[in-house]
Design a protein around this ligand. Structure first.
Ligand code: AMP
Ligand code: MG
Length: 346
């Protein structure tokens, strides 16, 4: 299959309507199209078309038990997808939609079971990216879309990375430039007594608490699931976001980090401005700035592979604000390998 790449944002910043139209007609024809969103690129299909949705799983090599997120362009499209819209969902939609927040709610019969990997719930998000919204509107149906990478590789934050993974597997990629947020959406479940964050992302836990009061953070956000445990968010159990390099996160000060890596034949994943201290370094954003780290993280992971890095030591992000989302992705990329330098013999 030929994979066409079309610019969806014109040089003057306006939406290329011809590209949007082409994407919409492919989608209504049961095909899969990669689209830009503010988080990462998505691999989209008509959420109401079960066989189109199945093509997403085969294009990605995605395990059948890992559910997709359904994307809408207006809040009133939510009601057809779920059997109940609780007060908490209304409040979150008002505060954070359109934006990088996904809500888990009870699934209606309109949504094929395959979208949710058979779960009784469905994940719904309203993206803010103008091209994503335009394609959903032009198609006139909600779009099921996971990240547009091959299963197991880092989520793509630009069209070139989508093409690297999806060439020959899908007919069309819309190129909307670099994704602003750079990590996937925050996933919050509203099906229990207390709202629960299953995956941290562009909307922070602090922001959710500001809107809702009590909000829990699922154990799987920070810790490895025990063998045999059931993941509330199935994506969390897979070895996600992983480059080929063997990554270890080093928690401690910059001096402790430098002491630890001195003399080791390794590449360093550090913050901007620190790279001159090391012979081989890739940077991922600024220290103490989770948003800038998120925007760079997946690109940095792909760059490590491009450089052929075998052993990598990474600086540890802070766990508040967007740092939590960065840590959640990085600890998985590192296979949960972290060394606390405060408790290490030199
Ligand atoms: P991706 O956008 O590729 O990161 O994939 C979507 C992620 O959303 C999945 O990996 C799941 O972890 C999460 N997700 C989607 N639907 C549900 C659901 N019904 N319940 C819990 N988590 C979900
Ligand atoms: Mg993904």
């Amino acid at each position: 299959m030929e994979t066409e790449v079309l610019q969806v944002i014109s040089p003057d910043g306006t939406i290329n309507e011809a590209a949007v139209k082409k994407a919409a007609s492919r989608l209504l024809n049961g095909e899969v199209v990669a689209i830009p969103t503010e988080t990462v690129y998505g691999l989209a299909a008509n959420a109401f078309d079960e066989s189109a949705v199945a093509k997403i799983f085969s294009a990605k090599g995605r395990p059948q038990d890992n559910p997709l997120i359904v994307h809408i362009a207006a809040i009133d499209e939510l009601a057809q997808l779920v059997t109940d819209v609780p007060e908490s969902a209304k409040r979150l939609a008002k505060a954070f939609w359109p934006g990088p927040l996904t809500m888990i709610l009870p699934r209606s019969d309109r949504v094929p079971a395959g979208v949710s990997a058979g779960l009784p719930t469905v994940a719904v998000r309203m993206p803010v990216h103008p091209a994503a919204a335009a394609v959903i509107r032009a198609a006139g149906v909600p779009l099921a879309a996971p990240s547009a990478n091959l299963s197991g590789s880092p989520s793509p934050t630009n069209a070139a990375y989508v093409l690297a993974d999806m060439r020959g597997r899908i007919p069309l990629i819309l190129d909307g430039g670099a994704c602003k947020v750079g990590v996937e959406s925050t996933v919050v479940s509203l099906t229990g007594d207390v709202p629960r964050v299953l995956r941290p992302g562009g909307v922070t836990v602090e922001q959710l608490r500001g809107a809702l009061g009590e909000v829990e953070v699922d154990d799987a956000v920070l810790h490895k699931l025990k063998d045999g445990a059931v993941a509330a968010s199935p994506g969390m159990k897979y070895k996600h976001y992983a480059p080929r390099a063997d990554i270890t996160i080093l928690r401690g000060t910059f001096e402790q980090f430098c002491d630890y890596v001195a003399g080791k034949d390794a590449t360093v994943l550090c913050f901007q401005g620190e790279e001159s201290h090391f012979p081989h370094a890739v940077t991922y954003g600024k220290a103490h700035d989770g948003a800038s780290q998120a925007a760079r993280l997946f690109d940095a992971l792909r760059e490590l592979d491009e450089h052929g890095a075998a052993t990598v030591y990474a600086r540890c992000p802070e766990l508040d604000g967007m740092g939590l989302a960065v840590y959640n992705r990085l600890i998985r990329a590192a296979g949960f390998h972290l060394i606390d330098l405060d408790h290490t013999e030199k």
